[in-house]
Design a binder for this molecule. Sequence first.
Ligand SMILES: NC(=O)c1ccc[n+]([C@@H]2O[C@H](COP(=O)([O-])OP(=O)(O)OC[C@H]3O[C@@H](n4cnc5c(N)ncnc54)[C@H](OP(=O)(O)O)[C@@H]3O)[C@@H](O)[C@H]2O)c1
Length: 312
Amino acid sequence: MKKNSRIYVAGHTGLIGSALLRRLKEQSYSNIITRTHKALDLTNQPAVDRFFAKEKPEYVFLAAARVGGIHANKTYPAEFIYQNLMIQTNVLDCALKHKTKKLLNLSSSCIYPKKCKQPMKEEYLFSGDIEETNDAYGMAKLAGIKMCQAYRRQYGANFISAIPANVYGPGDHFDENGHVLAALLGKFHTARKSNKKSVTLWGTGKPKREFLYVDDAADGCLFLMKKYNSAETINLGIGRETSITQLAKLIRSTVGYKGSTSFDTSKPDGNPRRLLDSSRIHALGWQANVSLEDGLQRTYDWYCSQLAVTTK
Ligand SMILES: NC(=O)c1ccc[n+]([C@@H]2O[C@H](COP(=O)([O-])OP(=O)(O)OC[C@H]3O[C@@H](n4cnc5c(N)ncnc54)[C@H](OP(=O)(O)O)[C@@H]3O)[C@@H](O)[C@H]2O)c1
């Protein structure tokens, strides 16, 4: 990928897409192509075709998707499967037709089987039923991986797929529908601001999750775009997990919340562990740089700047 290559970041206003844009600009890539959702609905095949015909992107980061928490996935499964199938079908097919040199398809760790052995190795994909709360979304994501592989097999297209761990950072969604880390940051912040004596968290606090700072995720995507050319899906994680109890402790200290924390054990825990085995990407020479403490601080600073309040 040259500094003046035409690079299309699909979904550049999203969590990962916006970090990709920042990282590409930092590294002096000068020919970055973007379209907002409003300007180009990627579920619209003729519009996507016109866009690719005009812009002829040489490299494509596919970070556009209909994404949401459990509630949204349960309420709108038809929209989740339809939109994600359409987005990836249109983008992949137009990338082939208009001679894109390479495409990175972002997939999701929720496509590993619900009862997957831990840590989750790439070869465990497609070996069991996925979590039913996101099965419509997950099926579309699994199809995206198969589609990249099929286009490679039949047409020799250099389409690769990566599975990042739980990504967090500036640009995240901090309401209760957000992912656990951002939702907790929002919850502790609100509790501190309103002098709430106690914060109650769902479940036992024992489940463990792997958190990847969004700039590291973007860095990993760029690394793969430059170095990885295989049909095999590749995990993108840090290889460390943090329990929800540990996470809550770190967030309390980041936010400066002095009240107590309790756990509502009548609420579900979800999977006990979701750890990616990222030894393949680590062996290629990529590692994450940002510690959880540092990433939390940066995320909280950004969150406060958005709320226009101070962290003091
Ligand atoms: N966040 C994570 O923890 C995580 C972890 C692993 C993998 N991933 C994967 O990474 C990808 C990006 O995730 P994210 O968290 O960055 O999502 P996000 O913050 O929700 O961003 C999604 C982006 O896609 C755009 N988009 C949605 N539907 C579109 C459409 N029909 N046409 C054009 N643009 C559309 C959105 O624009 P609007 O907002 O304007 O609709 C937004 O820019 C997804 O494939 C996801 O599965 C995410």
